[in-house]
Design a protein around this ligand. Structure first.
Ligand code: ADP
Ligand code: MG
Length: 329
């Protein structure tokens, strides 16, 4: 079901991003990182294959479930001399974990596995299972020295919350080195814009997490940005009438029930946008608003369970859609 949802999402973003009468972009679609992706580039078609190759290499490197990949080997053995890209992502992820007081934590994988998300083999874990998993979760179970990564016994990494952001960041570097004049990349819920879209702003639809409409709002942005949405609607299962989704509170190992249905982050850096969209969802509106006031590198849109939309003050000019309340700095 999630693949179909991802395909629809990718297609909808594609529609919203379609040009009017300006030159048409060259488009490439692929399935990677467990989601449908659409790459659209203006002015340098050749870079499309470089982008998709890069994404596929990172997919294999950073996947917790691909047995041929390095992260899989690391999780099995607890000790691997790692590719520079993996250590770079781990370094940045640990920094984001510290910055968000552990709301984002890439060591959450033992809990993610208990709920069956990596294998679609969903079940509600017992308290005993969760507390055993929690004993392996936390940045202090990871030692990184040069290219050597050591994980304590039972600790495993999951880059599900940050890998698409890292891939978008890597793609932006390729675009900057190319002859492309502009581009928009849709990597699942992660959008990366680059340069000035011919004929107007980039229009980014934000998915209605209730499913009642396609989008509850559109962001009209010019230039280069990462726009990332995390939501409880993206991956979940139901048991005994209760819904369990895929964004977990690392300190409890349970799905985050903080009164939010989705969080969208706009940021210059794609990895930060991806990590923060997950972390702000875990924090909930109040803590996330305080976090926003203490930061100066992102803007956000929150969709709460009662249907109220909150937009941070730096994004109100770009926001078109449902009525909202402003989160002031
Ligand atoms: P998506 O993968 O749907 O784009 P996110 O970027 O929010 O959504 O990442 C959620 C994924 O990250 C989960 O599927 C899980 O693998 C992992 N994860 C869940 N909770 C956390 C967390 N608090 N910190 C880090 N990773 C998490
Ligand atoms: Mg994320």
């Amino acid at each position: 079901m999630r693949k179909i949802t991802a395909l629809l999402l990718a297609l909808c973003v594609l529609c919203l991003c379609a040009c009017t009468s300006s030159p048409a972009p060259k488009t490439l679609e692929l399935f990677a990182m467990d989601t449908y992706m659409t790459l659209q580039v203006y002015g340098d078609e050749a870079v499309l294959s470089a982008l998709s190759q890069k994404i596929n290499v990172l997919d294999r490197l950073l996947s917790a479930t691909n047995e041929a990949g390095q992260l899989y080997a690391l999780n099995q053995t607890g000790r691997v001399s790692c590719d520079r890209e993996l250590t770079a992502l781990l370094t940045d992820s640990l920094a984001l974990s510290a910055r968000t007081d552990g709301a984002l934590d890439v060591t959450v994988y033992p809990a993610v596995m208990l709920w069956g998300f990596p294998t679609d083999d969903y079940r509600v874990p017992t308290d005993a299972e969760l507390s055993e998993a929690l004993s392996h979760i936390g940045a202090d179970h990871v030692q990184l020295s040069g290219d050597a990564v050591n994980l304590d016994q039972g600790t495993m990494l999951d880059f599900g919350a940050v890998a698409k952001g890292y891939a978008a960041r890597a793609c932006l570097e390729l675009l900057e080195a190319s002859d492309a004049s502009a581009a928009i990349l849709s990597l699942g819920g992660n959008i990366q814009t680059y340069g000035s879209k011919p004929g107007g702003d980039w229009l980014i639809g934000i998915t209605d997490p209730t499913g009642e409409t396609d989008y509850f709002a559109t962001l009209s942005l010019s230039g280069t940005h990462a726009i990332v949405t995390s939501g409880s609607y993206q991956r979940y299962f139901e048991q005994d009438g209760k819904r369990y989704h895929h964004i977990l509170v690392p300190k409890t190992g349970e799905p985050a029930e903080t009164g939010l249905l989705s969080v969208t982050v706009v940021c210059d850096d794609a990895l930060t946008a991806d990590g923060l969209s997950t972390a702000l969802f875990v924090m909930g509106l109040e803590k996330a608003s305080d976090f926003y006031r203490d930061s100066d590198d992102f803007e956000a849109v929150f969709y709460s369970e009662n249907g109220t939309v909150y937009v941070t003050e730096g994004l109100t000019n770009a926001y078109r859609g449902t009525d909202y309340e402003v989160i002031a700095r």
